[in-house]
Write a protein that binds this ligand. Structure first.
Ligand SMILES: Cc1ncc(COP(=O)(O)O)c(C=O)c1O
Length: 421
């Protein structure tokens, strides 16, 4: 497999210079609060930021242990499972690594379902650990095809494939895969492979039901729907993943589950000093999720915000100018939308929104660089944040003379108004 990059944001500094072609001059309308509409890290609520300023505290007993116990008790609910939740200090890659190390042995084969770059990058990591990786080819514009998955598994009559890896939402393509349908494909092939799902981009944004959908292992991270800074990764292991752990040859040091499952001291859950500030942030975020009405309410809010984005993009749409990357709304993520820009230079658009208007958009990743931009509508969002984002994008499109199909703002406000009572 060729190395793929998740395309981390290159430095475009707040001093008004960019690493693109020449310096970007900061305009008079860019001096307010930094407005972020990237698909992670998402905007952190002020109260979560304040919670992080909690002074350091005893890591053996007291407030921190209470907070940590509460998070561990509530994590399964977030993923819709009664399985075991693990936290790892690290980003999504750390959680990917923990998932693979604790369930696989060198030479085991996994089938990675492509629907954008992210599952493929997970596979690339697994390959570096000694796992044999096969990619079920897909496109950057469509979901994983359950029939293709079933057909490949039916061919694997010796059951060499130990696990199927996929993402629920690919943050680059903004596709949302139908996880229940993919489970049905595995069952249809009567194949015993474990089903491992990355919901790093979708957790806390889109409906996800690990147990009901027959997922054996789920990977998540703090920095998107959960409204907590990057630095906490999560793995949820169901019965079959925990059984696989018993014989997993890749188990090693830091990511190992053993002490994390049966800690003799609280800090062993983290294989060392707990991430104090992140844990205080996380309980604050859990309080916010509960206050909003729980996951159903949050999923619904994301659908409403996404409806405004989609209405705007539909109105802007014009052949060769603006287009959804994911044509079928049934497979569009409600956490992030990737917009293809055809004849409009997406890099210049992003530079303008950022330096002239104070709004940072997500860049196109992988195949999409300079042909697309992404709007993150995940986590801590509301009507003004989404309408402000869309209006700013439209203003910049107009300033660039983009031949839009129509006014996205009118369409977005109509969409939002339909959700107001
Ligand atoms: C779907 C998905 N999986 C995995 C990752 C990797 O996570 P991290 O960059 O935190 O390591 C990302 C990051 O954006 C992602 O969007």
């Amino acid at each position: 497999m060729a190395k793929q990059s998740s395309g981390s944001e290159p430095a475009i500094d707040s001093d008004g210079t960019s690493n693109g072609a020449g310096a970007a001059i900061r305009g008079p309308l860019s001096w307010g609060r930094d407005n972020m509409a990237i698909p992670g890290p998402s905007n952190i609520p002020d109260r979560v930021l304040r919670a992080m300023s909690h002074p350091m505290t005893d890591i053996y007993e007291g407030a921190l242990v209470d907070v940590s116990d509460r998070i561990l008790a509530e994590l399964p609910v977030l993923a819709g499972t009664t399985g075991k939740a693990f936290m790892i200090i690290g980003n999504g890659h750390a959680a990917w690594q923990m998932a693979v190390d604790n369930t696989m042995s060198a030479g085991d084969k996994v089938l990675v379902c492509e629907s954008g770059p992210f599952a493929v990058i997970w596979g690339y990591m697994a390959e570096k650990s000694g796992v044999d990786v096969e990619v079920l080819p897909g496109t950057n514009r469509t979901p994983v095809d359950p029939a293709a998955l079933q057909a490949r598994l039916e061919e694997d009559s010796d059951h060499e494939i130990k696990a199927v890896l996929c993402v629920q939402t690919d943050t680059a393509s903004s596709v949302r895969n139908d996880i229940a349908a993919l489970r049905a494909a595995i069952d249809g092939a009567e194949h015993p492979a474990m089903f491992m799902v990355d919901c790093i981009a979708s957790l806390g944004c889109e409906r996800y039901e690990m147990d009901a959908w027959g997922v054996d292992l789920t990977v998540g991270a703090s920095q998107k729907g959960l409204m907590v800074p990057p630095g906490l990764g999560f793995v949820w292991a169901g019965e079959r993943a925990l059984a696989a752990y018993e014989n997993a040859g890749l188990r090693s040091g830091y990511t190992e589950w053993a002490d994390r499952i049966n800690p003799s001291a609280h800090y062993e859950i983290y294989a060392g000093t707990p991430p104090v500030s992140h844990l205080f942030a996380m309980v604050e975020a859990l309080d916010m999720i509960a206050e909003e009405g729980g996951l159903e309410a949050i999923w619904r809010r994301h659908e409403m915000l996404a409806s405004a984005v989609w209405a705007a993009v539909d109105a802007w749409a014009s052949p060769g100018v603006v287009e959804f990357n994911i044509a079928d709304p049934a497979f569009r993520s409600t956490a992030v939308t990737t917009i293809l820009t055809g004849s409009v230079d997406a890099g210049r658009l992003r530079e303008m929104t950022r330096y002239q208007a104070g709004l940072t958009l997500g860049r196109g990743l992988g195949d999409f660089v300079d042909r697309a931009f992404r709007i993150g509508h995940m986590g801590h969002g509301d009507a003004p944040s989404i309408l402000g984002t869309l209006a700013t994008v439209e203003a910049c499109f107009r300033s660039m003379g983009a031949p839009l199909g129509g006014s996205g703002i009118e369409a977005a406000t109509i969409a939002i108004s339909s959700h107001l009572r």
